[in-house]
Design a protein. Structure first.
Length: 468
């Protein structure tokens, strides 16, 4: 029950299976009416998200691209599987394999070989299925139970090797494209769900696994695992993304639940230490359901968010490795969830699978990747700097501006002419950025004061004058 809020956000889980079935029938009817009434327009499709033809009304759980012929794409959602042969602009229904908890992967060299995670026998679990004819027919690989584990990942170096997870989080591996399977040595998951698996491009022996209770790492293709410590306990969905050019740079996007932390965390040493990279993310923007790195520009990442009831932005991007996040939602619905994000490196387009209300606004959304750095990001500081306070002299308050070029612990204090500390203005971890802090000297006598910034090996002092 500890991650119940997250599971509702991600999977729409309802306690009673009968209630879910009845509710689903009602939604189907309403969505059909909505689709008939709704026409979705985009004033500039290339520069903002727009809903792809043929996908409207289908809340999409997973999307994948046939990498050897990137005009071919597959997607799967509540109302079945769909396929596109024109880079995702238009979609056609393929069959009635459907899910809202799943994952989907296409073999990079065989467009007919697909692996998918779909609804399981238990209403709160997933099954793993495989198709050898482009999604027309499917065979069952594993039955899931207890809880969903929507994970399918193909080894980026050995495409015969595929990893899948079935509830409650058991990881299986095939080395012969599904002819035979064996279970890997399991992470110490203690019954928690597996939400993501990330294999490094440069070294496929290194695998990171995100569970509902922690992050685990294997350096031998899943034969053994070590627990990675973020500095706090995870109690919800954890989604991982590894820099394709460096197996030591990894991002963890964690969905907050109850009183537990969420947001984006980054490691540059293979998960041995982590730093919070949430600059620009409000509490609502930390409700993350998906994360994707641009393979052509690993410093550019995208996160897909959850928002129901209160209108909110559903997608954020960073172009500097997580130091600053900005909005990337223009054209998306105001509420709903972005379940998945994929990037087509061949044509520099990004796609996301959206579930929203009204259901007619659900579907596959696409747009160009904006590689331009926004003004706010282009002005990110390269060096530590402490600016002169303004106004100066001041009475009774003044503003102090300072620049931080990297994630650092920052301390700013105010001292008098005798070197005695009179106030601490800042004493905390700060991401890269330019900041301002106010100093109010109403409780101090007139005179000369100094303010001092210290961070790592940097220290700078400036003088200010208080007039009463």
């Amino acid at each position: 029950m500890k991650d119940y809020n997250y599971r509702i956000a991600k999977y729409g889980i309802i306690i009673s299976p009968l209630r879910r079935i009845l509710q689903a029938r009602t939604i189907y009817r309403l969505s059909y009416i909505t689709i008939l009434l709704l026409t979705f327009y985009s004033s500039d499709p290339a520069q903002q998200w727009h809903l792809a033809n043929g996908s409207a009304g289908n809340p999409i759980a997973a999307i994948d691209i046939y990498r050897s012929g990137s005009n071919w794409m597959y997607a799967i959602g509540i109302y079945g599987m769909i396929k596109s042969i024109d880079y995702g602009n238009n979609w056609d229904s393929l069959n009635f394999i459907r899910t809202d908890i799943g994952a989907l992967k296409v073999d990079p060299y065989n467009s007919n070989l697909l692996y998918a995670s779909v609804f399981g026998r238990d209403i709160e679990s997933n099954d793993i299925i495989m198709s050898t004819d482009g999604g027309l027919h499917w065979s069952l690989v594993f039955y899931g139970s207890l809880s969903p584990a929507p994970v399918v990942e193909i080894d980026p170096q050995d495409h015969n090797t595929v990893y899948v997870a079935e509830g409650p989080g058991f990881i299986h591996r095939t080395t012969d494209q599904g002819l035979s399977w064996n279970m890997t040595t399991q992470p110490p998951f203690q019954g928690s769900e597996c939400y993501s698996l990330s294999i490094t491009n440069s070294n496929d022996s290194i695998i990171y696994a995100g569970y509902g209770n922690g992050i685990f790492k294997s350096t031998n293709k899943g034969n053994s695992w070590q627990t990675l410590n973020l500095g706090f306990q995870i109690h919800s969905g954890t989604f991982l993304a590894v820099n394709p050019k460096s197996p030591d740079i990894i991002y963890a996007a964690i969905f907050p639940t109850w009183n537990y932390l969420g947001g984006v965390y980054k490691s540059i040493d293979g998960g041995q230490s982590w730093q919070e990279v949430n600059n620009g993310l409000s509490n609502e923007a930390k409700q993350i359901l998906s994360i994707m790195i641009n393979p052509n520009n690993p410093d550019q990442l995208f996160i897909g968010l959850y928002s129901y009831g209160t209108p909110n932005k559903l997608c954020k991007q960073t172009t500097n490795g997580g130091n600053l996040w900005t909005d990337f939602s223009e054209g998306l619905p105001d509420t709903g969830r972005v379940n998945c994000i994929v990037i087509n490196s061949a044509n520099e387009k990004i796609y996301c699978g959206v579930g929203s209300f009204p259901l007619g606004t659900s579907g596959v959304y696409l747009r160009d990747i904006n590689t331009d750095v926004k003004d706010s990001e282009s002005k990110l500081p390269n060096n530590f700097q402490l600016s002169q306070n303004y106004p100066n002299p001041f009475s009774p308050s003044t503003t102090i501006q300072y620049d931080i070029p990297k994630y650092s612990h920052v301390k700013i204090i105010v001292i008098d002419v005798l070197g005695q500390q009179v106030e601490t203005l800042v004493d905390e971890e700060k991401p890269v950025g330019t900041y301002k802090v106010n100093f109010n000297g109403s409780a101090l006598p007139s005179g000369v004061y100094f303010y001092v910034l210290t961070s790592e090996n940097f220290r700078e002092t400036k003088k200010m004058i208080l007039l009463r």
